[in-house]
Design a protein around this ligand. Structure first.
Ligand SMILES: Nc1nc2c(ncn2[C@@H]2O[C@H](COP(=O)(O)OP(=O)(O)OP(=O)(O)O)[C@@H](O)[C@H]2O)c(=O)[nH]1
Ligand SMILES: [Mg+2]
Length: 240
């Protein structure tokens, strides 16, 4: 008897969701970022006017890479050697708004005196800078929430500054473990009082840029968050 050949089942093709296929277009204000100046201490920083968002985190966490990724430029120097960024670097988006690349903390091989100096400048900047609108803290997704990170969160939230965490180098983990790390950090943040948020991020793959831009837009009042009346001008008016 002739055997009936079984039909081969259709191979199921799973497509990535559209959001992951389409490259997110960069908002033009971040494209326009340009290097402004490097300051060794708070006293050397630009006038404390306008609005700033600072990028902070442990040495080698990927701060400079994230900044470059979000501005599509090679503005900040990146390096395999931890401790590369030793100055406070300012990048202007426009006349009033700046992104700030802070020196990394917690790098053991830096001489004690230098490390104390960095800690001091970083602390001075976060605690005293009036134009600071929010702090983006970069943490390697594989080793988040170190004591240094928690101290920084504490300093920022005690000034009522919002903190947004980028769990960097997310490309180093598979999707499941990365999601677990994200949930673990979320759970820990829920125990802390303050305006805190967290997301996965990869500079290498440009993943997470849309959410990060959205947060920056909120803090800078840009894009859909733009105020009809210019609140920067309002701030100036209040002071005078
Ligand atoms: N795989 C991967 N590597 C990354 C990513 N982001 C940064 N790196 C690498 O991590 C290393 C450190 O990156 P940087 O951006 O220089 O880190 P940093 O936090 O600015 O370091 P310091 O200025 O020394 O404090 C470099 O070798 C980067 O190429 C990422 O998203 N994925
Ligand atoms: Mg750096």
């Amino acid at each position: 008897m002739r055997q009936v050949k079984k039909k081969k089942p259709f191979k199921k093709i799973i497509y990535e969701p559209a959001s992951q296929q389409v490259k997110v277009q960069q908002p033009k204000h971040y494209n326009a970022a340009s290097f402004s100046l490097s300051a060794p201490t708070l006293a050397h920083c630009p006038l404390d006017e306008g609005w700033e968002v600072a990028f902070a985190g442990r040495s080698n966490a990927g701060k400079s890479s994230a900044l470059n990724c979000l501005t599509s430029a090679r503005l900040a120097r990146t390096s395999k050697t931890p401790g590369r960024t030793q100055l406070i670097n300012f990048f202007s988006l426009d006349e009033q708004r700046r992104l700030v690349d802070l020196p990394g903390y917690g790098y053991a091989k830096v001489p004690d005196a230098l490390r104390r100096d960095w800690g001091q400048h970083l602390g001075d900047y976060i605690t005293q800078r009036q134009c600071l609108r929010g702090v983006v803290i970069m943490m390697d997704v594989r080793h988040p929430l170190t004591d240094f990170d928690l101290q920084l969160i504490d300093v920022a939230t005690s000034r009522d500054l919002p903190v947004h965490i980028l769990l960097t180098k997310a490309d180093k983990l598979k999707r499941g473990p990365a999601a677990n790390q994200l949930q673990m950090v979320r759970n820990e943040l829920n125990k802390i009082t303050g305006n805190l948020s967290v997301q996965l991020f990869s500079s290498l793959k440009s993943n997470g840029t849309a959410d990060a831009w959205d947060k920056l837009d909120q803090w800078f009042e840009l894009g859909v968050y733009a105020q009809s009346n210019d609140s920067l001008a309002d701030d100036d008016a209040k002071e005078s």
